[in-house]
Design a protein around this ligand. Structure first.
Ligand SMILES: [Zn+2]
Length: 239
């Protein structure tokens, strides 16, 4: 994708490095550098991309819903996040133009797009495959251009509710829409959201309402122990 230099600098400022010491912090610094490099050094992209296609990692059940650099992780505290406002999902930065990088359903479920949603859909999974007695949701955002013109496929217009979708169903394409709050860089925000116990999804912007996606995807995606470039692993959890 193209980002003009001003945008790249703004994004670089948004992931400015923390002044700390220690191995964990070094990993954080290195990962922040990678995110800056993604937007400023096109040659860096090939080594940063995670691409598992439409196949779950061995032993996992969800597919990574899009291809790109998993630049911000679950429970991430790097800017623009912090220890109070932690990141609730994954930001996967695609290598393409807005409206080109496909986004797929991570797992079988029932899709809803609320009437006012320009860039997002949510899929209900009545039985969490890792805890079948509970319902969970997967949430996909930023699938529109900066002006809010949607990149979600026509099969899922605003207002649809509980439409059955299979794992791997095309939902739309990565975009830039963030409600007009400033440049965000082309990416998909993906999160696994808890149910309120009454059939509704909780507010996914609060990390406490979301689940660590690592065991669902078979990759280390928790900021506390993530790999530099996430890949399939038999030991996805931090423990
Ligand atoms: Zn995000």
């Amino acid at each position: 994708m193209r980002l003009n230099s001003r945008r790249a600098l703004m994004l670089a400022a948004g992931v400015s490095l923390s002044v700390c010491v220690g191995t964990a912090v070094w990993r954080q610094v290195r990962a922040s550098r990678d995110l800056v490099a993604w937007f400023t050094e096109p040659a860096s992209r090939a080594r940063l991309i995670t691409d598992t296609g439409l196949t779950p990692c061995p032993g996992a059940l969800f597919i990574l819903p899009t291809t790109g650099f998993v630049g911000l992780l679950w429970d991430d505290v790097r800017p623009p996040y912090n220890r109070i406002r932690r990141h609730s999902g994954l930001d996967i930065f695609g290598n393409g133009e807005p409206g080109q990088v496909p986004v797929y359903a991570a797992y079988d479920g029932l899709l809803t797009r609320l009437p006012g949603w320009k860039s997002a859909v949510v899929i209900r999974h009545p039985h969490d495959p890792l805890s079948p007695s509970r319902q969970i949701w997967t949430y996909y955002a930023h699938m529109a251009d900066e002006a809010g013109n949607s990149y979600i496929v026509d099969a899922f217009p605003p207002g649809v509710m509980d439409v059955p979708v299979a794992q791997g169903t095309l939902l739309g394409y990565q975009g830039l829409y963030n409600g007009g709050t400033g440049p965000i860089g082309l990416h998909l925000h993906f999160s696994i959201v808890r149910d309120d116990g009454h059939g509704r999804f909780l507010n996914e912007t609060d990390v406490r309402n979301t689940l660590d996606p690592s065991p669902y995807l078979g990759m280390r995606l928790n900021h506390a122990c993530a790999d530099e470039v996430p890949a399939c692993t038999a030991h996805a959890s931090c423990q």
